[in-house]
Structures are given as C-alpha cells and as structure tokens.
Ligand binder design. Structure first.
Ligand code: HEC
Length: 152
C-alpha cells in the first residue's frame, strides 16, 4: 500500500513539474502574404473548410483548444502540428515551386478523397472539421481546377 502511495505521489509531482516546461506555441497574429488563401482566389466555402479542417496542423497558426494547457497533451498536439507542417504548410504556399505545388495538390486531393485527412484523432474532437459530401465535392473540384492550371 505504501509503495502505491509513493508511486502515485511521484507521478503527481512529475505531472506538476512538466506543466512548467516552456512551450513554443504555433501561433501567428496574421495571415502571411505567402498563404494559400492570399495567392489563390479560393471560393469562400473552400476557404472556410481549409481554415476549419486543415490549418490547425498545416499552417503557422493553430487555434489551440483549452486542453492544450495541460501537459502531456500539448506535446502530443505539437507533435502532430510539426509533422503536419513539415509535409504541407499552407502559410508557405507561395514559396513552393510549381513542381512542388503540383505534387502537394495531388496529395491533398487523394488524402481528402480517401478520407485520410483531416486525421480521425482530430475529427473525433472537432466534428465541424468533417466534410459533408457537398463540401468534399466543392473542395476537390477547386483543388483539381487549381492543379490543372499548374500543369506545365
Ligand atoms: C490533426 C492534425 C491534422 C489535420 C487537422 C490535418 N492534417 Fe494533414 N497531416 C497531418 C500529419 C501529422 C501529416 C503527416 C503524417 C501523415 O501522413 O500521417 C499530414 C500529412 C498530410 C499530407 C501529406 C500526405 C503525403 O503523404 O503526402 C497532406 C496532403 C495533408 N496532410 C493534407 C491535409 C488536408 C487537406 C487537411 C484538411 C482537410 C489536413 N491535412 C488536416 C496532420 C493533420
């Protein structure tokens, strides 16, 4: 019984201490001029969906949920954001070469078409990020049009 109490005590102390590890939130106060939605004429519904379903992990600005204040949740979220941004960062879109844009668009289309993105672990808590059939069609039609315009 004593060992259990000690273990629990140590665990609580560790949990308390990790709350004070400095953080580097993925936050930016404005949408940069290189952003996907600034350099393309994105129809409103598609833009809304991008912000709602993709930007938390694929841009320089995450709308953090309240539970991000608690460690180790914040580390778990940051892991996803870092990995997501590495693959695709909508805030940096204008800096991508046409070749890269083309390949990213191909990937965006297939990920959304197959329902791989947004991630299930995200839509579990963000129901509004799920695509309706109509939204999905609008989104894919737009991305396909954009890709066609790029093909060299
Ligand atoms: C919860 C965070 C999260 C959200 C929300 C999210 N993604 Fe991702 N995305 C990731 C992570 C992490 C990766 C890299 C690892 C992987 O492929 O699972 C990734 C990878 C990708 C890739 C690259 C896949 C490849 O193999 O080339 C594309 C394209 C992509 N996401 C598009 C989107 C789009 C479009 C949306 C919105 C509809 C979206 N993602 C929403 C986290 C997210």
């Amino acid at each position: 019984m004593k060992i259990l109490k000690i273990t629990l005590g140590v665990f609580l102390v560790i949990m308390l201490v990790v709350q004070f590890v400095p953080r580097h939130p993925n936050k930016s106060s404005e949408i940069p001029p290189t952003d996907f939605t600034k350099v393309n004429e994105v129809p409103q519904p598609v833009k809304g969906k991008l912000f709602e379903s993709c930007y938390d992990c694929h841009s320089n600005n995450t709308r953090y949920p309240w539970y991000n204040r608690v460690q180790p949740v914040a580390w778990f979220l940051d892991d996803h954001i870092t990995a997501g941004k590495k693959e695709l960062n909508f805030s940096e879109w204008a800096n991508y070469s046409d070749r890269r844009k083309n390949s990213k668009l191909r990937s965006i289309i297939s990920q959304v078409e197959d329902g791989e993105m947004p991630l299930d672990s995200y839509t579990f808590l963000h129901k509004e990020a799920v695509f309706s059939e109509k939204e999905k069609k609008e989104f894919l039609d737009y991305m396909r049009r954009l890709k066609k315009g790029l093909e060299l």
